[in-house]
Design a protein around this ligand. Sequence first.
Ligand code: SF4
Ligand code: SF4
Length: 168
Amino acid sequence: MITDLVQIRLLGEKKRDENERFRRHMKRHDHSDRILRRIAEGIEEQIDCTVCANCCRVATVKVSQRDVERLARHLGIAPAAFRAEYTTQSEDEGAILRRTEETGCVFLDGTACTVYDARPETCQRFPHVVRGNGSIASRMWQFIDRACYCPIVYNALEAFKVETNFRR
Ligand code: SF4
Ligand code: SF4
């Protein structure tokens, strides 16, 4: 199991082409999502996200109206005030949480989420290997980038390759 973030970045980038081929392999070959999810759960159990938080530093977080209402209630402010202070518009994704140069997500303090109990739905499900919409194969396009910064995704893809007899 590789958890060092420098190594993950180097290996994830080096394997971009391979992971793209693996994405196509997953689409073409039958596999059991139940078994892959169980493998991913085993990997999640071995990795402590509370000492990593790399996704909070690296990835943007899309927020829905429901997320805004929950976060605003948690902070004791109006949804409009929350939008003005803590969100920004992204060309591709719409409303996202505001980010800073130092921390990434505006709510990250060290490796702790300061709004953990009210965090957006996408954060609750991240990195979407075990929990996510649709089949694992249909979510594979997201994992190629995530394998460059998330130890769970990197290690899960490597284990999935073995499970599905992917030839490198
Ligand atoms: S989801 Fe991935 S990147 Fe985020 S904290 Fe957990 S291991 Fe780190
Ligand atoms: S809201 Fe919390 S969990 Fe989500 S990216 Fe920000 S710090 Fe991380």
